[in-house]
Design a protein around this ligand. Structure first.
Ligand SMILES: Nc1nc2c(ncn2[C@@H]2O[C@H](COP(=O)(O)OP(=O)(O)OP(=O)(O)O)[C@@H](O)[C@H]2O)c(=O)[nH]1
Length: 749
């Protein structure tokens, strides 16, 4: 699966991760990171394209400022720029200055959350909200005028002789006058249902002449129950803050339907409703429903705030049609299907061992990428003096990775052999990015451990991440490992060097828990492609008669799939495309799912529906454990979906826990201490609260109760308390890290 163009990855990592990387960025202070710069350049170009000829009306700086505030969200940026600079409403209240980027994460400035919602501080109006409120106010004034006009017409029809007298003397005039005042006061920003204004009850006490429903309902939009009076939805709470102990906001702060005043070109660009629109449409529907019952309500009290809130919440779900399910028996479909078996493997090893280069070369030799692409990459790499990294750039696609010459995050790619569809998970080797390596290992069936055979390089790798990676992948449940002894071209393919490395590595792999039958060694040159897809033709390596790396991959059996278990998938990416406002990707850990299914997102506890899905990038009606999927979701607000969350079967959901018991293998001394808990893409802060017992490594029986400390290499039962509620369940594997070091790994009990 290639890397998706994520407009905005909603990621826990940035909030919770405490590993000590990004030195350069910290030094740079408020400078944009190179990744941000790339996103900014791409976003600016996209916004300019979306604006078309109107693009000349805004400066690049204005575009960049808006992009920054909207987290590179093109739609929101275009909306804001159009309403602010291209088609501003006639009467715009003086907008407050845009919030400055004052919050920082990892030294990077981040926009204040107020603009996009979520702040616990008193809600402030953004420019966009102000503009929206002004438009709302204008619309209300207009509708009040229309109401007056229509009622005048009706009055004219009702009057027998003198229209003006009828207006003054009719009992309706009083009520009408009051109602008009209500409308007018609403236009001034007051809520028609607040005690200061004539209440519905007061109005009902006014003498009324008989008048049809239409006559009253059409011109009386102000008599509907105001959603502002209800408890706000979670979306509204995020946008405006929770109002329980704050004074009621003025009506002008309401957020009207967006895009109302836009030019047709812009309307086209937003032809599908955004999730926000769905909520607003639902609220509008409540208002309409209220209008239809305006007359009966004049005689009795309106619905309670809670009832309206309930209605709004209910409408949010019902408003978007649910995707249709084919009600397939997925497991029998899977058995019938003639799909190739699927396997994912993670590529690990010390920094610069040649992992990405090897995978780039493998893809080139398999014809997944062509020579022209590599040539182009070579030219680009040459420009920054990194020609030797051209093949690595096939996988390392981020500008920061290319500039620094290191892999930072897991890069994925796919290829197929006659029997198997493989997914490559190319992990970073640098110690700063071990959390990302853990994420890759958690999705893998087996691993390639790459070792640099160069003089001195193998030895420094052993002191570095070679052993740590091997230990981690074993702890994550990987039992099959192919050791690629790489860069043998730099030592003239010396068999002695190969044997020496094989001897040492097989020693520590067996102490780490890898069985000899599951461990194989291949001498390779990733750069030149020797023994990857084809056997080396170099006479210097004629001593090797074993299998190529590809043959070893083909001979590896993927893990048994937990097909019959309840559906579980850890979200690796959250993104959106033009067709799908919210998509997630990941590898199904357990169970199966199909189009139309309801799924639960944990820890938010929000339900969503599977609108459509892709398995290994091809559309499919269903998917099973072990497959890499993209799921296009409907009926959920993106704010409830984050990288690292788990989507699961709503009937058998994964629980969210605040503490758990772990059977842990200690890599370092363990005692009551702060730790970071890693499971796949999920990172959470926690602490070892207690150590219940030391356990026998083989039998698992208790050897000592309540020890004060656990020494490296020992197995213990420990209790970990988390700072947040996290979706975890028995049988899952987690890694504990502290101060940037891996201190333990184990199985949840
Ligand atoms: N001579 C020689 N050089 C190699 C070989 N494989 C990789 N290299 C070089 O080693 C350097 C590092 O290669 P990468 O592929 O970026 O290493 P990596 O393990 O992916 O690095 P990280 O992902 O950052 O840990 C590059 O300059 C490669 O050209 C090889 O087989 N022979």
């Amino acid at each position: 699966m290639s890397r998706h163009q994520a407009v905005r990855n909603l990621d826990y990592e940035e909030v919770l991760d405490e590993y000590d990387g990004y030195e350069e960025e910290e030094e740079e202070g408020d400078e944009l990171s190179s990744e941000d710069k790339a996103l900014m350049a791409q976003g600016t170009a996209e916004v300019q394209t979306a604006l078309g000829v109107e693009a000349s009306k805004v400066t690049t700086k204005q575009i960049e400022e808006a992009l920054w505030h909207y987290y590179y969200d093109i739609d929101k940026t275009v909306t804001y720029l159009v309403s602010k600079f291209i088609s501003p409403p006639e009467k715009t209240p003086k907008a407050p200055k845009a919030p400055k980027a004052t919050q920082t994460t990892n030294g990077k400035p981040r926009p204040l959350v107020g603009l996009l919602g979520g702040s616990g501080s008193p809600p402030k109006m953004s420019k966009l909200q102000k503009l929206a409120a002004a438009r709302k106010k204008k619309a209300e004034e207009k509708s009040a005028q229309e109401a007056m006009e229509q009622t005048r017409t009706k009055m004219t029809e009702l009057s027998v002789n003198d229209t003006s007298r009828a207006k003054e003397n009719s009992p309706l005039a009083g009520a009408f006058g009051k109602r008009l005042k209500t409308s007018a006061s609403t236009a001034e920003g007051r809520n028609p249902l607040t005690p200061a204004e004539p209440s519905r009850t007061e109005l009902s006490q006014q003498p009324l002449v008989e008048i049809s429903n239409e006559q009253v309902t059409a011109p009386e939009p102000k008599l509907v129950p105001d959603p502002e009076k209800a408890q706000p939805s979670s979306f509204a709470q995020t946008l405006f803050g929770y109002p329980s102990d704050t004074p009621r906001r003025k009506r002008t702060e309401l957020y009207p339907l967006p895009y109302a005043d836009f030019a047709p070109s812009v309307l086209d660009a937003f032809s599908k409703p955004s999730p926000d629109d769905v909520v607003l449409a639902a609220q509008a529907k409540v208002a309409t429903a209220g209008k239809k019952t305006a007359v009966p309500q004049t005689k009795k009290k309106g619905p309670s705030a809670d009832a309206v809130a309930g209605e709004v919440k209910g409408l949010k779900i019902e408003d978007a049609p649910l995707p249709k399910s084919k009600n397939l028996d997925v497991l029998s479909e899977f058995e019938k299907s003639e799909r190739k078996k699927t396997a994912s493997f993670v590529v690990v090893g010390h920094v610069d061992a040649g992992k990405s280069t090897m995978m780039g070369r493998l893809l080139l030799d398999l014809g997944v990428i062509d020579q022209r692409t590599v040539e182009k990459l070579r030219q680009e790499a040459e420009k920054i003096g990194k020609t030797s990294f051209a093949l690595a750039w096939v996988l390392d696609q981020r500008s920061e990775e290319r500039a620094r010459g290191v892999t930072i995050d897991i890069a994925t790619n796919r290829f197929e052999t006659e029997t198997t569809a493989f997914t490559i998970l190319d992990a970073p080797g640098h110690r700063d990015f071990i959390p990302n390596m853990i994420a890759g290992a958690s999705q893998a069936d087996f691993a390639i451990l790459v070792i640099d055979a160069g003089p001195g390089a193998f030895e420094s790798g052993l002191r570095g991440q070679t052993k740590e990676h091997a230990l981690l992948i074993r702890s994550m449940g990987v039992s099959r490992i192919i050791v690629a002894i790489n860069k043998l071209d730099t030592v003239e393919w010396l068999q002695e060097r190969f044997d020496e490395i094989r001897h040492q590595v097989s020693g520590f792999l067996s102490t780490t828990g890898f069985q000899a039958k599951n461990t194989t060694f291949v001498p390779v040159s990733g750069l030149n492609g020797d023994n990857l897809v084809r056997k080396s033709s170099d006479p210097a390596v004629s001593w090797y008669t074993g299998a190529t790396l590809l043959e070893e991959l083909d001979n590896s059996e993927p893990n048994k799939r937990a097909l019959a278990k309840p559906f579980r998938m850890t979200i690796s990416e959250v993104f959106r495309s033009q067709q799908n406002p919210l998509s997630i990707s990941g590898r199904i850990d357990a169970g199966s799912m199909q189009m139309g299914d309801a799924i639960l997102v944990q820890p938010s506890g929000e339900k969503a529906y599977v609108k459509s899905l892709l398995v290994d990038e091809a559309p499919s009606d269903w998917a099973v454990a072990g497959q890499n999927v993209v799921i296009n979701l409907s009926n959920i607000d993106p704010m409830h979906v984050r990288v690292g969350d788990i989507v699961c079967d709503p009937a058998k959901p994964i629980p969210c826990v605040e503490s758990f018991t772990l059977k842990a293998l200690a890599f370092d001394f363990l005692m009551p201490m702060q730790v970071d808990v890693h499971r796949g893409r999920l990172h959470a802060a926690g602490k070892i609260e207690s150590i219940s017992a030391l356990l026998d490594k083989v039998t698992g029986s208790v050897t000592k109760k309540k020890p004060k400390i656990v020494k490296p290499g020992m197995v213990a039962r420990i209790v970990v308390k988390l700072g947040l509620r996290v979706p975890l369940e028995a049988g899952q594997r987690v890694v504990l890290r502290s101060g940037g070091e891996t201190v333990a790994a184990g199985l949840l009990e």
